[in-house]
Design a protein around this ligand. Structure first.
Ligand code: GDP
Length: 424
C-alpha cells in the first residue's frame, strides 16, 4: 500500500506531524522532491525535531528512509541533520539515497543568495537554500548526479563546464569572486565518499517493496500553491510538491499510489512573498501568529514570522483537487479556541464579481475575500480524543470546512504533540 502525504496550501500545514504518526504504520518513508528549504516540526517524547531534508521516518529505528531522485540533495545539510538525530535518539536511522538524485552544491546556495540580493525588494522570499539554481541546472542538464560523484574525471569535466557558465554570472552580474572547478571537484568527491554506503538504486528497491506489499509513505514538502505548474507562479518553488509528481520523484508506477492525504490548517499561514487573500494584519495577526503552531508561526527553516490569515476555502478546495486528495487532515484546530467568532473565506471578489474557483496570479492579485463568520467554541480542546467530545461549535466549524473543501476530514489535529490527533 502506497500513501502520499501532501500539503493543500502554502506549506507548513503540519505534514510532518501526520507523517510521523503514519510512519509508525509504515515500512518505508520517501522524500520525492525539494531540498532542505522547508522544515517539518515533529514533537515526540524526546523533544522537538526540525527535519529539513530527512524523511520523517528517521525518528523510528525500524523504518527505511529514502531520498528519491527528485530531491535536491545538499549533502552537508543532510549529514548534519543525520548526526543530530543520531546523537539525540541514540540509534542510526536507516537511510538510502537515490543514485540518480542530484547534488545541491555550494554555488547553488551562493547564486540563490546573490540573486535575491540583486532583486532587492522584488525578491521572491527564497530561503537561500539554493533550490531555484539547483533545479534550473538539473533541467538545463548541467547538474551533478549522485552516481557521477564516483567518477572523478567525469565529475571534474562536468563541474568545469557548469562553472564556466556560472563564472560569467559571478563576474558580470554579481561582481563576486570566481568559482574553482578543481577545488569543487575535491569537495564533492569527499562528500560522495561520505555518503557512499547509503547510495543505491532506490527505484528498484521501491518496486520490489511494492511487490512485497510493504507500507510506503511518500512525504511531500510545501503545498499545492507552491507548485511551479499549478501554484501561484512565480511565487512558487522549483520542484513539484504534488502527489502526481511523487511517483516520478520516488521512481514508482503512478498507479501504485492508493491514498493521497492532503494536509490543511484550520487557518492559513504563508512564508514568503506573493498574493495571500485572507491575510490578517496588525493586532489580530499578531495574536494568531503568537498562538499558532507549537511555538508561534515562525518558519521552521528560517525563523521568519509567517504571514497568517483566515481559512481560505477557495484555495483549499483547489489545493485538494489539484493534489487529488482522497482524504484530508485538518491541523492546528486547537489554535482557534480563543476566538469569539471565526471567519472563513468562501469566495473572492474580483472586479466586482464573486468567484469560487482559484484564479491565475494576475487575477489573484486583485482578489478580495468574501467572508462567512462562524461562532467560536471558546474552550480548550487539547486532550480531547474523540470527535463526539469536541464542542458543538467546533464540530460545526470542521463540518463547514469539510463541505467547502469537498473532501472528508479523516484526521483532526488538536495539539502539536504526536498523540494529539482525532481520527474520524
Ligand atoms: P509541515 O512543514 O507541513 O510539516 O509544517 P510545520 O511542521 O512547519 O508547521 C506546523 C507547525 O504546527 C509546527 O510548529 C507543528 O509543531 C505545529 N502543529 C502541527 N499540528 C498542530 C496542532 O494540531 N496544533 C498546534 N497547536 N500545533 C500544531
Amino acid at each position: 500500500m502506497v500513501r502520499a502525504i501532501v500539503g493543500a496550501n502554502w506549506g507548513d500545514e503540519g505534514k510532518g506531524k501526520l507523517t510521523d504518526l503514519l510512519a509508525e504504520e509504515s515500512d518505508i518513508v520517501v522524500r520525492f522532491q525539494g531540498g532542505a528549504n522547508a522544515g517539518h516540526t515533529i514533537i515526540t517524547d524526546q523533544g522537538k525535531f526540525a527535519l529539513h531534508l530527512l524523511p520523517s521516518g528517521v525518528l523510528h529505528p525500524d523504518i527505511m528512509n529514502v531520498l528519491g531522485s527528485g530531491v535536491a540533495l545538499d549533502i552537508n545539510e543532510m549529514l548534519e541533520e543525520l548526526e543530530s538525530v543520531k546523537s539525540r535518539l541514540g540509534f542510526t536511522p536507516k537511510l538510502m539515497i537515490s543514485d540518480r538524485a542530484q547534488v545541491l552544491t555550494p554555488y547553488h546556495v551562493a547564486l540563490d543568495c546573490y540573486e535575491e540580493e540583486r532583486l532587492g525588494k522584488a525578491s521572491f522570499g527564497s530561503t537561500h537554500s539554493g533550490i531555484a539554481p539547483f533545479y534550473a541546472d538539473k533541467y538545463a542538464k548541467i547538474g551533478i548526479q549522485v552516481c557521477q560523484l564516483y567518477h572523478k574525471d567525469l565529475l571534474h569535466q562536468r563541474l568545469k563546464n557548469a562553472i564556466s557558465q556560472k563564472n560569467v554570472l559571478m563576474d558580470a552580474l554579481y561582481h563576486k569572486a570566481p568559482l574553482d572547478a578543481d577545488e569543487l571537484t575535491e569537495t564533492l568527491w569527499a562528500l560522495g565518499q561520505k555518503i557512499a554506503p547509503m547510495v543505491a538504486d532506490t527505484a528498484s528497491y521501491l518496486h520490489e517493496a511494492i511487490k512485497e506489499g510493504k507500507q510506503i509513505l511518500l512525504e511531500g514538502q510545501l503545498g499545492t500553491l507552491r507548485d511551479p505548474d499549478h501554484g501561484i507562479f512565480p511565487y512558487t518553488t522549483s520542484s513539484s510538491p504534488l502527489a502526481g509528481y511523487a511517483p516520478v520523484g520516488a521512481g514508482i508506477p503512478p498507479y501504485a499510489v492508493q491514498e493521497v492525504i492532503c494536509v490543511t490548517k484550520a487557518y492559513s499561514s504563508c512564508v514568503g512573498a506573493g498574493p495571500f487573500v485572507t491575510e490578517l494584519f496588525g493586532d489580530e495577526a499578531e495574536e494568531l501568529r503568537r498562538r499558532g503552531g507549537d511555538a508561534g508561526e515562525y518558519g521552521a527553516k528560517t525563523g521568519r514570522p509567517r504571514r497568517v490569515g483566515w481559512f481560505d476555502c477557495v484555495a483549499t478546495r483547489y489545493g485538494c483537487m489539484t493534489q487529488g486528495a482522497t482524504a484530508c487532515a485538518l491541523t492546528n484546530l486547537d489554535v482557534l479556541s480563543y476566538l469569539d467568532k471565526i471567519a472563513i473565506c468562501t469566495g473572492y471578489r474580483i472586479d466586482g464579481q464573486v468567484v469560487t474557483h482559484f484564479p491565475v496570479t494576475p487575477l489573484l492579485d486583485k482578489a478580495e475575500p468574501v467572508y462567512e463568520f462562524l461562532p467560536g467554541w471558546k474552550t480548550d480542546i487539547r486532550g480531547i480524543r474523540r470527535y463526539e467530545d469536541l464542542p458543538a461549535a467546533c464540530r460545526a466549524y470542521v463540518e463547514r470546512l469539510e463541505q467547502e473543501a469537498q473532501v472528508s476530514f479523516k484526521y483532526l489535529s488538536n495539539g502539536p504533540r504526536r498523540d494529539e490527533m482525532i481520527a474520524r
